[in-house]
Ligand binder design. Structure first.
Ligand code: FES
Length: 218
């Protein structure tokens, strides 16, 4: 615990109204990641959002995926209402939602392809084109931006050797900017596939990228 008396009413940016250092406010390490197997119920909704290994040509919803699909359908009054989780599962399998994949989901749910296209293109969480094994989403919204998100983004681009929105030559990384990831109290927040990394600074980035590369090799 810091022995600095707590007298700031909240994060006041650089107004100089309190004497906490940046380290005292943000800590010196990023908080970590959501466990891939789910863990806390709050994280379960995102599991398993995006796997590292996926196959753009995988059949849609066979075997255990068929079971999950059927289970999902039981939660909704009509099969059409299950569109969002069905799209999420299609993306989990194939990595992105191509027009062909959207058409297949439309067939399965007896929806028009145009309706499915309209929904899929509304949400940024659905990838409309292929992404790298790791999709690195750096929040550059206001809280994170005030705490160095631009530097974090720049560091990810440098250490993954890629351009914004493009996929690295080895197919491992796509780095994009994200709007608020709902972790404003822990800036900068970075979502990498299904995991959240919080309190990330530019200095943490080489370690995070090395860790991801090691996971791929392991
Ligand atoms: S502003 Fe970055 S998580 Fe909300």
């Amino acid at each position: 615990m810091s022995d600095v008396p707590f007298r700031n009413p909240g994060w006041a940016g650089n107004t100089g109204e309190f004497d906490l250092t940046e380290e005292q406010v943000r800590g010196t390490d990023f908080v970590g990641e959501r466990p891939p197997e789910g863990g806390h119920p709050a994280a379960a909704g995102t599991y398993p959002y995006q796997r590292v290994e996926r196959d753009p040509d995988a059949p849609l919803f066979e075997g255990p995926y068929k079971e999950r699909f059927e289970k999902i359908l039981t939660r909704y009054p009509t099969k059409q209402a299950a569109l969002l989780p069905a799209l999420a599962m299609a993306q989990e399998l194939r990595g992105h939602l191509s027009p062909e994949t959207m058409n297949e989901v439309a067939d399965l749910l007896e929806l028009s392809p145009a309706y499915v296209r309209g929904v899929a293109t509304f949400y940024t969480m659905y990838n409309k084109r292929p992404v790298g094994r790791y999709l690195v989403q750096v929040c550059t919204n206001i809280s994170c931006n005030l705490c160095g998100a631009d530097d974090v983004l720049e560091a990810f681009l440098r250490y993954t050797d890629t351009e914004l929105g493009e996929t690295s030559e080895d197919g491992n990384f796509t780095v994009i900017e994200a709007e608020c990831l709902a972790a404003c109290g822990f800036p900068t927040c970075v979502q990498i596939n299904e995991r959240y990394f919080e309190n990330v600074t530019a200095g943490d980035v080489p370690r995070i990228v090395e860790r991801l590369k090691a996971e791929l090799e392991g």
